[in-house]
Design a binder for this molecule. Structure first.
Ligand SMILES: C[S@@+](CC[C@H](N)C(=O)[O-])C[C@H]1O[C@@H](n2cnc3c(N)ncnc32)[C@H](O)[C@@H]1O
Length: 247
């Protein structure tokens, strides 16, 4: 009797809540034969097939936080006071503050770009539609060594890089969509140097990854000028690339 009450009142509602959390937030569904499972199996296979040689030569990270922590520690091994540190796609400031915390110890500024109005198009091949991440233009709380530039990167980035025409040491690209990522990559080519690092989020392992930031990288940075130093082994994974040749 007590077991029955426990199952009905607590166990069932708890498992339902956990399943809902996975389904709605992490977009994982445990239901057998669910279409979502099939889609993710396919995208994982595609990602694996495409990157299997890189996977055997790169470091693997099981979480976003880990690849971010590694990236910022790596760039700080060797930098010049003139170098630029940039993030495109700030949202609520979680990642930029993580980087800024480490950079602050060395008195380094990080520049963050975001419209704070979310996507200006649907993120095709995902469940996130136009306007997702919209903060109504409101800036997040950031550490004192962060400089924020509000607006679409297509309107703000070019003038910034023309005024600050220095070498980029670290660029974090986290705008999810192809267009803004492509725009930034197009405009930073001359600012890349040997050992510049680019951390790209939402790089692979989700439906549509081949038309996202991955495509922007392919179109702008020749494959033989960089190596994949870190690879995120998680859904909508990240990649850390190190420039090793100038064009
Ligand atoms: C995934 S969120 C960034 C998350 C953040 N890097 C973090 O991990 O804490 C993506 C952000 O990209 C921004 N974004 C998307 N397209 C943009 C564009 N064309 N110009 C500027 N920001 C854009 C959105 O407003 C949103 O805040």
């Amino acid at each position: 009797m007590i077991k029955k009450i426990f199952e009905t009142l607590i166990y069932n509602s708890l498992t339902k809540r956990i399943a809902d959390y996975y389904r709605n937030t992490l977009q994982i569904d445990f239901q057998k034969n669910h279409l979502l499972n099939e889609i993710y199996k396919q995208t994982s296979n595609e990602t694996y097939e495409y990157f299997k040689s890189n996977l055997s030569t790169s470091l693997h990270f099981l979480t976003r936080r880990k690849i971010r922590e590694y990236s910022i520690s790596k760039v700080l091994e060797n930098y010049s006071n003139e170098d630029l540190f940039i993030e495109c796609g700030v949202f609520e400031g979680e990642s930029i503050n993580l980087f800024a915390k480490e950079l602050k110890k060395k008195n380094i500024i990080i520049h963050g770009f975001d419209s704070f109005e979310g996507f200006d198009d649907n993120w095709k091949g995902s469940s996130l539609a136009k306007n997702f991440f919209n903060k109504d233009g409101q800036l997040p709380k950031v550490l004192s060594n962060v400089r924020l530039y509000k607006g679409r990167v297509q309107d703000t980035f070019k003038s910034f890089i023309e005024k600050n025409n220095k070498k980029i040491k670290f660029l974090h690209l986290d705008m999810d969509l192809y267009e803004p990522t492509n725009y930034v990559l197009k405009n930073i080519k001359k600012n890349l140097d040997i050992n510049s690092y680019i951390l790209m989020d939402d790089f692979s392992n989700y439906p549509g990854w081949k038309n996202g930031p991955f495509k922007a990288l392919e179109e702008n940075i020749p494959k033989d000028t960089y190596e994949i130093e870190g690879f995120g082994i998680f859904r909508s994974s990240s990649v850390l690339i190190r420039i090793n040749k100038l064009v």
